[in-house]
Design a protein around this ligand. Structure first.
Ligand code: HEM
Length: 192
């Protein structure tokens, strides 16, 4: 596995709370399942990346999609091309290619924490990274190669969808919920 496949990116999903519940004779409204629960929740499974360790299935789902998304994005680095997402990640990619994968691993962890904690992952998933405005402003975060615009954000969402498909997340309803969460983060992240 390449160093930079550990990076992370993408993102996330905040529990939308907008799920439609079907009518029922029961007066008691059903608690809507969180996105984290729909992606496997707290069921413990073997961690394919760390033999002998267990991981919550919901967290594993996010980490898998995050890592696949990163792989797609670092491949998108045609120098000088308009809307090239790899350029935003140039500082991170240079570092990884020079043999230092530590911060890529930290980013992967941060992104997985962010998505998990914001979609119902509970106390086992705590996000301690930068807020979304700071993280995506090159003036405040030198690891962000350049600001993102709307077209690049659209492309990013496309990569997340592709990464989800590569990891078996293909239910259109679920994908729609993920896209809704991504859209809810457009304003703070798109800064030009
Ligand atoms: C819903 C969409 C997105 C979410 C939820 C998201 C989330 C995050 C998070 C949680 C971090 C880590 C912050 C930290 O380590 O303190 C991060 C870093 C970063 N993001 Fe995003 N991001 C999104 C979209 C984008 C887009 C569209 C781009 C560029 C095209 C981008 C580029 C970056 C870069 C370059 C970093 C820094 C990487 C590093 O420090 O190693 N992100 N993002």
């Amino acid at each position: 596995m390449k160093n930079f496949s550990k990076l992370a990116l993408l993102a996330l999903f905040i529990a939308s709370g907008t799920f439609v519940t079907s009518c029922s004779d029961d007066d008691k409204a059903a608690e809507p399942a969180s996105l984290y629960a729909k992606l496997g929740g707290t069921t413990m499974v073997a961690d394919p990346n760390n033999p002998g360790q267990m991981i919550e299935q919901g967290r594993l789902s996010y980490r898998s999609v995050v890592d696949s998304t990163i792989t797609l994005i670092v491949s998108d680095i045609v120098v000088g091309a308009e809307g090239n997402l790899g350029e935003h990640f140039a500082p991170v990619i240079s570092e990884a290619l020079s043999g230092n994968a530590t911060n890529v691993a930290i980013l992967s962890d941060n992104l997985t924490d962010f998505f998990s904690a914001n979609t119902g992952g509970g106390a086992t998933n705590v996000y301690t990274g930068l807020d979304m405005v700071t993280a995506h402003d090159p003036a405040q975060n030198p690891r962000m190669g350049k600001k993102s615009n709307d077209a690049e954000y659209d492309k990013f969402i496309g990569y997340v969808g592709a990464a989800a498909g590569l990891n078996g997340v293909t239910d259109p309803v679920l994908i729609g919920e993920v896209v809704a969460v991504l859209e809810s983060l457009r304003a703070p992240i798109v800064q030009e």
